[in-house]
Design a protein. Structure first.
Length: 96
């Protein structure tokens, strides 16, 4: 799947069997989850993200609070989002 132009909002999990490529200038919107990633590879798929990641549902974090949210998992190779591409509730957070 290639996302180019505009935005994509996932309302449920997306299973990726080959590749997910997000072009620069596009936005992927997902609801944050600490237990389930909305983008799921098949352990052989690749992820390449050059656009913006908009996370919803995080809410305010207390000073010093640490929480981990899953966005993508089970990809063989990943070029994920960078800290500067996070927006929405995740603005100012970091990718790891």
């Amino acid at each position: 799947m290639t996302q180019s132009g505009g935005g994509l909002k996932l309302s449920g999990p997306l299973s990726v069997k080959n590749a997910y490529t997000q072009a620069a200038g596009t936005t992927l919107t997902v609801t944050a989850s600490e237990t389930t990633a909305p983008l799921n590879g098949d352990n052989t798929a690749t992820l390449s993200a050059s656009g913006t990641l908009y996370l919803e549902g995080i809410g305010a974090l207390a000073d010093g609070a640490v929480r981990t949210f899953k966005v993508a998992e089970k990809f063989k190779t990943m070029t994920p989002w960078t800290n500067s591409t996070l927006t929405g509730d995740a603005t100012g957070l970091r990718v790891s």
